[in-house]
Design a protein around this ligand. Structure first.
Ligand code: HEM
Length: 467
């Protein structure tokens, strides 16, 4: 913290215009309703502005040009590791998300083959199998929290498809890996002011304890695979044998860090996407009717094939997925720190400033996405999508840090959505009001309570007008 303040004081140029006086109310607002805060600031100051959040001046850059500037054209002037999200290093170590420069480039080269189409396709059956198993709870008449249901499923999918770890196996069950992971992540939803504490009862210490137990599980699996030579179609197998152009392989520690990173980056994002998608579908039965008609036309026995899931061959579902990720991009903020001083649209930003791009706010700029609060999948019909400006739509980031798990995440969401829709209709309780929290991905603050109804109920209902 002191170092941040020292860096800020040594800035040789002023920060871009904004609100730079300390304010507890603004810090709390940023934690609780960042979208509204950022859109208001955009109205007042334009695409580049400064807000003092907690102790430090933070620069925000919104809109297509800003997103492109940070993620593509000037990406090398920004580090991730020294950003406001550097606390994540405590859980993930030096995984892909938290490293920069040449180390990042080389690690990404080793990891990329694991995310090639054929490997993702090979995992489709495991994903479908896990979803079908979980669907047993979605019987007509049931009431459940879809967010919790999906989160549990996503952790199982990640353990199974990504790491070949049997979620029902003795080792995983004995330490309740999913529960531990939740515990580790709860650090990031604790209050800003508690997150700086480091004592034995602090959220930080709890996160560290949970992470160490997860480490034990991951290291024992790495050791077992190395000793037996056992390999499968999972990503862990590919990481054990992966190497860069000079033949360098990953150490056990690096593999542990990448495994933890993939678990972290992969399960919360897909969980939120499924939850927000079904929240919107429950409010737009005419969109559900289109999806069901598409299923009737394209699915065989109500089941998607791996190829359909991988290539997004259900075009109506694809538009719904794209619009869900526009309105609710789970990884909503791209945290960075400037290496050198730079200029953007007439303003100078000092070296070492905290700088963020924000897909959530960028996706809500009315000049780019008219009536942004409306859920309108038609925005992503092929002709309309082609007219969206470069850099405007960035749910998976961009450039050399584009989400490496994009194909896997899309396949997983498509599989879950298709199979739920083929079996059931989900309705919201009448009094449900969506409130969104960030921890650090965005998700429904109180989960997503749903009532499960038989699938046919929707097709029989009259189609209401679009909201
Ligand atoms: C709907 C699902 C997902 C969304 C919306 C999403 C979004 C994102 C975004 C926006 C970034 C870039 C962040 C930045 O610029 O700072 C990112 C990076 C990353 N994502 Fe995803 N993600 C999803 C699923 C996944 C899955 C399933 C995995 C793993 C299997 C994954 C692994 C990663 C990793 C490792 C990075 C860091 C890449 C790098 O820096 O080279 N993501 N993701």
């Amino acid at each position: 913290m002191l170092e941040d303040l020292r860096d800020e004081r040594s800035a040789t140029v002023p920060f871009p215009p904004g609100e730079t006086r300390p304010s507890l109310a603004r810090t709390r607002r940023f934690a609780n309703e960042p979208l509204e805060l950022l859109l208001e600031a955009y109205e007042r100051f334009g695409p580049l502005f400064t807000l003092r959040i907690f102790h430090s001046n933070t620069v925000f850059m919104l809109g297509p040009e800003a997103n492109h500037y940070i993620t593509v054209s000037h990406a090398s002037n920004f580090t991730w590791r020294e950003s406001h999200f550097r606390d994540l290093i405590g859980l993930m170590g030096d995984g892909l998300l938290t490293i920069d420069g040449d180390f990042h480039r080389r690690s990404r080269l080793i990891m990329l083959p694991a995310f090639h189409r054929e490997h993702i396709l090979a995992s489709a059956d495991t994903v479908v199998e896990e979803v079908e198993h979980a669907l047993e709870q979605l019987r007509p008449g049931a009431q459940l929290d879809l967010y919790a249901w999906t989160r549990h499923l996503a952790v199982r999918v990640a353990m199974h498809a990504l790491f070949g770890l049997d979620p029902d196996g003795q080792a995983a069950r004995a330490i309740d890996a999913a529960g531990l992971f939740e515990e580790a992540l709860s650090f990031y939803s604790s209050d800003y002011f508690l997150r700086v504490l480091r004592g034995p009862r602090s959220p930080w210490a709890r996160m560290q304890r949970a992470a160490r137990k997860l480490d034990a599980l991951i290291y024992s699996e790495i050791g077992r695979r190395r000793a037996t030579g056992e390999r499968g179609h999972d990503i862990l197998s590919l990481l054990l044998d992966g190497h860069d152009e000079d033949g360098n392989t990953l150490t056990d520690l690096q593999i542990r860090d990448e495994v933890m990173t993939l678990l972290f980056a992969g399960h919360d994002t897909t969980t939120s996407t499924v939850s927000f998608m079904f929240y919107e579908l429950a409010r737009h039965p005419h969109v559900v009717a289109r999806l069901l008609a598409e299923q009737d036309a394209l699915l065989v026995d109500g089941r998607p094939t791996g190829a359909q899931l991988l290539a997004g061959e259900l075009p109506q579902l694809e538009m719904v997925l794209d619009e869900t990720l526009r309105k609710y991009p789970p990884a909503w903020i791209g945290p960075r720190r400037a290496v050198e001083q730079f200029e953007f649209q007439g303003h100078t930003v000092p070296a070492r400033a905290f700088v963020n791009y924000c897909s959530w706010a960028s996706h809500h700029l009315p000049d780019v996405f008219p009536q942004p609060e409306q859920f309108r999948p038609e925005r992503f019909a092929p002709d309309a999508a082609a007219a969206i400006p470069k850099g405007a739509y960035v749910p998976f980031g961009g450039g050399s840090r584009t989400c490496i798990g994009m194909r896997f995440g899309q396949l997983e969401v498509r599989a879950i959505a298709t199979l739920i829709l083929s079996r059931a209709t989900l309705a919201l309780p009448d009094d449900f009001r969506l409130s969104i929290r960030q921890m650090p991905t965005i998700s429904p603050r109180d989960g997503l309570p749903v009532l499960v109804r038989p699938r046919s109920a929707v097709a029989a209902e009259p189609l209401p007008a679009a909201a």
